[in-house]
Design a protein around this ligand. Structure first.
Ligand SMILES: Cc1cc2nc3c(=O)[nH]c(=O)nc-3n(C[C@H](O)[C@H](O)[C@H](O)COP(=O)(O)OP(=O)(O)OC[C@H]3O[C@@H](n4cnc5c(N)ncnc54)[C@H](O)[C@@H]3O)c2cc1C
Length: 377
């Protein structure tokens, strides 16, 4: 009999796994999403390095219209005053088929849902109860429907509700005392940047990243600001107090629609306590966004799990956890270090950091070990 998989959560991780199963196996599967639809209206950007693009290629990523994506070549590093420090050629990790790619999150979700939509996706579903029955898992949802499956995959984000049904140990995400503010703007601005590159500005207790998200002249802006409290009603005043006092030239970039989030990360890497239950994406581990690898790791974890299930590996649970946690440690160390180094408030520390950055960026060995191990495909 065909094995059946329930995927809880239709974000990047859950949808990627669903696509891999649909395209490359004959397992039965169903995606259960708590919302009534997939949020396609927020047009904010996402960066995908070669490690995730090479996996998306296995599910036909090339069919995305080339006008809706961008391949930046370099990251330009600036001080918050818009003085260039140095640049890094990220395209050197590209191959002919997998290139560092930026796009709107909604473009990625549209692509991922394309083959999945009606048949394998149920909306408005939240788990109410789980029980083990004859070697399978019976999931009851709060609309009184149920499903009997061989595997459950929690892909429901950093605050994973699935974990609360299967795990005794809590792994409550911790607020990192930082806020992300995002917007989209077009090419008209008064900054001295190359709009085809990724521009990263480092200031006191904040940093800002600008990058193109398509070939229609739209740029994504994300500003990470350290602040003890998240107050969504006062984001404009936060920008004024923390950023515009350091460089008023950014003012025009924050005129459009702004979206903000408090930043959380997972404190511990914990295994699943049930051999039939797996966690992928942010439900496995949520990262700080300072290495732009959250979505990339969601895609990677879906791919790793898919291969183990497809090959019916009898030790899938242990192999998955071992490989995934090793990978998470590498990404976490770098994301946490960037979060620390991008935000120095002391001018002396900023100067020292900039000298180190200029020096290290020219060292092939350093770049290959700091980024090459992350972007490897
Ligand atoms: C400011 C910022 C910038 C970022 N930039 C980048 C970037 O440039 N590159 C990058 O790679 N990553 C980036 N990320 C991270 C990336 O967006 C996330 O890591 C990624 O989206 C996680 O995907 P996911 O599918 O695991 O979880 P989510 O995207 O959180 O999806 C979870 C899904 O599960 C559903 N769900 C939740 N609870 C339940 C439930 N109880 N039952 C059923 N369904 C449920 C949700 O509605 C949602 O659809 C960024 C994050 C932030 C905050």
């Amino acid at each position: 009999m065909k094995k059946k998989i329930a995927i809880i959560g239709a974000g990047i991780a859950g949808l990627t796994l669903a696509n891999l199963i649909k395209k490359n196996s004959d397992f039965e599967f169903m995606l259960y999403e708590k919302e009534e639809n997939l949020s396609l209206d927020d047009g904010f950007g996402i960066q995908l390095a070669t490690n995730s693009v090479s996996i998306l290629n296995k599910i036909d990523f090339k069919k995305i219209n080339s006008k809706d994506i961008f391949h930046p070549k370099d990251i330009d590093f600036f001080t918050i005053k818009n003085e260039k420090i140095c640049d890094l050629e990220i395209s050197k990790f590209n191959s002919e088929y997998s290139k560092y790619t930026t796009l709107k999150r909604s473009t990625l979700i549209e692509f991922l849902k394309d083959e999945i939509y009606t048949q394998h996706l149920r909306f408005g579903k939240r788990i109410k109860e789980v029980t083990e029955l004859k070697g399978k898992v019976l999931i009851k949802f709060d609309d009184n429907t149920n499903d009997l499956v061989d595997y459950v995959v929690g892909a429901d984000g950093i605050f994973s509700n699935t974990r609360s049904f299967f795990e005794k140990k809590k792994n409550q995400p911790s607020f990192k005392k930082a806020i992300a503010v995002r917007s989209i703007f077009n090419m008209n601005h008064n900054l001295d940047i190359k709009v085809k590159n990724i521009s990263l500005f480092m200031g006191s207790n904040l940093h800002l990243v600008i990058y193109p998200i398509n070939k229609k002249n739209e740029l994504n802006l994300v500003c990470i600001i350290r602040d003890k409290k998240y107050d969504p009603d006062n984001i404009k005043s936060l920008i004024e107090r923390k950023l515009l006092t350091q460089n008023p030239n950014f003012k025009d970039l924050f005129k459009n629609d702004l979206k903000s989030w408090p930043l959380y990360s997972s404190p511990k890497i914990l295994p699943s306590s049930n051999q039939k239950v797996f966690y992928i994406g942010d439900a496995f581990n949520g990262f700080l966004p300072t290495l732009a690898q959250g979505a990339g790791q969601s895609i990677e974890s879906a791919y790793e799990l898919f291969n183990l299930i497809k090959n019916q590996n009898p030790d899938a649970a242990n192999v998955y956890f071992k490989k995934r946690s090793e990978r998470v440690k590498i990404i976490k160390r770098r994301s946490d270090f960037n979060f620390f180094a991008f935000h120095f408030s002391s001018p002396v520390m900023q100067k020292i950091r900039n000298i180190f950055l200029k020096f290290l960026i020219k060292r092939k060995g350093f770049i290959n070990s700091y980024l090459g191990t992350v972007y490897k495909n």
